[in-house]
Design a protein around this ligand. Structure first.
Ligand SMILES: Cc1cc2nc3c(=O)[nH]c(=O)nc-3n(C[C@H](O)[C@H](O)[C@H](O)COP(=O)(O)OP(=O)(O)OC[C@H]3O[C@@H](n4cnc5c(N)ncnc54)[C@H](O)[C@@H]3O)c2cc1C
Length: 470
């Protein structure tokens, strides 16, 4: 099995291989990775479940159309290096995407095996290969072409673009505002979901390919597009500054001490190691009663971080119900297993201060679901007079983000009225020497879409700048 008379026959009997998770009660005490990933035997057993469909919907369901059946077949044959090469034709970051992609609404969501049972664990299989980068073929490097490109931002979009450009013969410099590379992958997504070492491996891989990094470099302050393309001598720019500007709740008490934006809270812990104060310099409040407003991945990361910092009660407060939460189902499942409480159908009205001036409670409006709105989800409607007070010593707002305002200061290209960069499908902006992609073009989206945009723009930049497009 699964070859019978030269034909692939899937193992229809075995159930989906269970995730290799740490026990919830133990893992919620520290930042160890929740999921240890498949062993070789688990991966091969899971690969046997793939139907090798003639028209594989999983490939269509993947935003970057990875040839999923081929890499699964390679796993079955224990040709792990070949499997990884297959993925790398479409995705630069399999160890990362295997861990954080919303597979249930992409490849696994359309897997035929899921129609009558459990889909193939495609994300786990991708991660299994991604975690063995030493097995991949060495990237073919084109001869240096003498052209220089500046990439602004080192999130998944910037990384993907820089890697492709370096491979295509360009001299690439990434300018990054933070002191380290990875964007949201390091400052937003916590260690227990995506270990920093996995991201570092990708950054180191870029350095090995000759990509230069200029950290602590806030572009738009240090230099703008005109300067970069002028006196600094770059031939082109790729702008991938993300959408990390938090949205305000605009309610009283939002500025009280211990009321945080999720991105700030997560950055303090993930990057500044606030959980290890006083060994590290940036403390944060370790709340005992923590309420997080929001229902997406960011809210889940914040509430699970609060739990790991010792919260006795860690609540996700969401204005709709669990069914409408945009977070990955796996994250909600993990959060609940770790003791996070879900409080549906509430919306914050006001944060209240205690005698010491810090937040002591939040007043919330109880909601019910009304008619569907433009997103197709049922709209939350306030229930008149139903107002409650939730005690808390830390409150975190994770209701979304806006465009990074530095795109405007970098300048040289047109932005839309919300401050996002106007760019086409290839990342071309209004300026023929500037490309852009990732969250700063699409608004807050996903790692794989940001990565895909970087890869696509790099291909277009290569064609235009080398004249192959003429
Ligand atoms: C907490 C959190 C959890 C998430 N979880 C998931 C998940 O599970 N799955 C998923 O698919 N997606 C998830 N996302 C979304 C995903 O991470 C983003 O869509 C993706 O990172 C966008 O990539 P990007 O490269 O466009 O921008 P970013 O990752 O935001 O990177 C932008 C980079 O640009 C730098 N920068 C900004 N301005 C400047 C400047 N002026 N000069 C120099 N550098 C600058 C920033 O410091 C940053 O490093 C999550 C997001 C957050 C915040």
């Amino acid at each position: 099995m699964p070859q019978v008379n030269g034909r692939w026959v899937a193992n229809m009997k075995s159930p989906r291989t269970a995730d290799n998770e740490e026990p919830a009660a133990e893992r919620a005490l520290d930042f160890r990775p929740v999921d240890k990933g498949f062993t070789e035997e688990m991966a091969v057993a899971e690969a046997e479940r793939c139907l090798r469909c003639k028209k594989p919907l999983c490939v269509q369901g993947c935003p970057v159309n990875i040839d999923i059946p081929s890499f699964i077949e390679a796993i079955y044959n224990r040709e792990f290096g070949r499997g990884l090469d297959v993925i790398r034709e479409s995705s630069m970051l399999p160890a990362i995407c295997g861990r954080v992609c919303p597979q249930e609404s992409q490849c696994e969501g359309v897997c035929i095996r899921g129609k009558k049972g459990e889909p193939v664990a495609i994300g786990q299989l991708e991660r299994f290969l991604g975690d063995q980068p030493e097995l991949a073929s060495k990237p073919q490097m084109a001869p240096r072409n003498g052209m220089r490109v500046a990439v602004i931002g080192s999130g998944p979009s910037g990384i993907a673009c820089a890697g492709e450009l370096a491979r295509n013969g360009f001299d690439v410099t990434i300018f990054e505002a933070f002191f380290t590379g990875g964007g949201v992958l390091v400052y937003g997504i916590p260690e227990f979901r995506l270990p920093k070492a996995v991201v570092k491996r990708e950054i180191d891989g870029l350095k090995d390919m000759g990509v230069k990094f200029e950290f602590n470099s806030v572009m738009g302050r240090l230099a703008d597009a005109e300067e970069l393309l002028g006196e600094k001598g770059f031939d082109a720019l790729y702008v991938a500054t993300g959408a990390g500007l938090p949205k305000f709740l605009n309610i009283p008490g939002e500025n009280l001490p211990n009321v945080f934006f999720a991105n700030e809270y997560l950055t303090r812990v993930n990057l500044m190691k606030a959980n290890q104060f006083p060994e590290y310099d940036t403390p944060t409040k370790h709340g005992r009663n923590v309420v997080v407003f929001g229902g997406g991945n960011v809210a889940m990361d914040a509430v699970r971080t609060a739990k790991r910092l010792g919260a006795e009660r860690a609540i996700i407060a969401y204005r709709r119900t669990e069914d409408e939460m945009p977070a990955r189902k796996a994250e909600l499942h993990h959060a609940k297993a770790e003791g996070v409480e879900v409080m549906p159908l509430v919306s914050p009205l006001e944060f209240l201060a205690g005698e010491d001036g810090t937040v002591r409670a939040v007043r919330v409006q109880k909601m019910e679901l009304g008619e569907p709105d433009a997103s197709g989800r049922r709209r939350p409607v306030p229930i008149e007079g139903a107002i409650e007070e939730i005690p808390c010593d830390v409150a975190i707002s994770a209701i979304g983000t806006n465009a990074n305002p530095f795109a405007k200061l970098i300048g040289g290209m047109e932005l839309n009225k919300w401050g996002y960069i106007d760019a086409d499908d290839n990342g071309r902006t209004s300026n023929p020497r500037i490309w852009a992609g990732g969250d700063i073009v699409t608004g807050a989206a996903t790692v794989i879409l940001a990565m895909g945009a970087g890869k696509k723009a790099a291909a277009d930049m290569t064609a235009v700048l080398t004249g192959a497009d003429a």
